[in-house]
Design a protein around this ligand. Structure first.
Ligand code: ADP
Ligand code: MG
Ligand code: MG
Length: 250
């Protein structure tokens, strides 16, 4: 589904990704782990098409199509969706309108018409309940005054409504208490599907007890230096990253 080959990315003149290669198949959940500053957020941002990243070498393809040639909106329409690492506040725009607009943009791209209001309300109520959120949440401006946990729930709510093909979630576990993390993990697990892939960026293993990944990759200094299954995440939790670095150096 997604193929990243020898990706080199520069941010403000310094090379952050230095030849990153990664293949994600449909139906899989991949976790990217690694020390701070390794380039984890840069990877998902480049795939999603955020500004400020210069690709100097390498390719990214999604179902055989060149992602790097696509505008950010086109990537979203194709179902490449990145949640926000630190979701921004959007003053004045009600959450429910943003969700509806995003869903209708997606439906338009699929040749469907606008979602009928009753159908949308049914869908949104179901997803809000699933995320154990209060419906009053929908009437609030996007992320304005949301707690850290509410922002994360909202991020997953967006994914549940928009049903992306490739869901990229960057540190959805940061700042969550254990109950909120379980709700967020249930949301992510409910997204698992044969025609969808999930890319989780996480600094800690804890989340991966609840969302068990098919593949775990260690990203250090702009490259994936080791890959394995869920067991690798537990090993990293127990032993840290130094042994991986030593192994790589050797
Ligand atoms: P991670 O998510 O693994 O912690 P990032 O991808 O956020 O790492 O950052 C990798 C490196 O790139 C860091 O050294 C960071 O300071 C730098 N970096 C990322 N984004 C920017 C930016 N917009 N401007 C300048 N430097 C950046
Ligand atoms: Mg190279
Ligand atoms: Mg990051």
């Amino acid at each position: 589904m997604l193929e990243v080959k020898d990706l080199h990315v520069t941010v403000e003149g310094s090379e952050i990704l230095k030849g990153l290669t990664l293949t994600i198949n449909a139906g899989e959940v991949h976790a990217i782990m690694g020390p701070n500053g390794a380039g984890k957020s840069t990877l998902s941002a480049v795939i999603a098409g955020k500004d400020g990243y210069e690709v100097t070498q390498g390719t990214v393809t999604f179902e055989g199509q060149d992602v790097l040639e696509m505008e950010i909106e086109e990537r979203a329409r194709k179902g490449l969706l990145l949640g926000f690492q630190y979701p921004v506040e959007i003053p004045g725009v009600k959450n429910i309108y943003l969700l509806k607009a995003a869903l209708n943009a997606k439906r338009e791209a699929e040749g469907l018409g606008e979602i009928p209001a009753p159908e949308f309300m049914k869908l949104i109520k179901e997803k809000v309940a699933f995320m154990k959120m209060d419906t009053s949440f929908l009437q609030r401006a996007v992320n304005e005054g949301f707690s850290g946990g509410e922002k994360k729930r909202n991020e997953i709510l967006q994914m549940l409504v928009l049903q992306p093909r490739l869901a990229m979630l960057d540190e959805i576990d940061s700042g969550l208490d254990i109950d909120a993390m379980k709700v967020v993990a249930d949301g992510v697990n409910s997204l698992r599907a044969e025609d969808r892939a999930i890319l989780l960026v996480t600094h800690y293993q804890r989340l991966l007890d609840y969302i068990v990944p098919d593949r775990v990759h260690v990203l250090v200094d702009g490259r994936i230096v080791k890959s394995g299954d869920a067991e690798l995440a537990r090993e990293l939790e127990a032993r840290g990253y130094d042994w991986v670095l030593e192994e790589t150096a050797a």
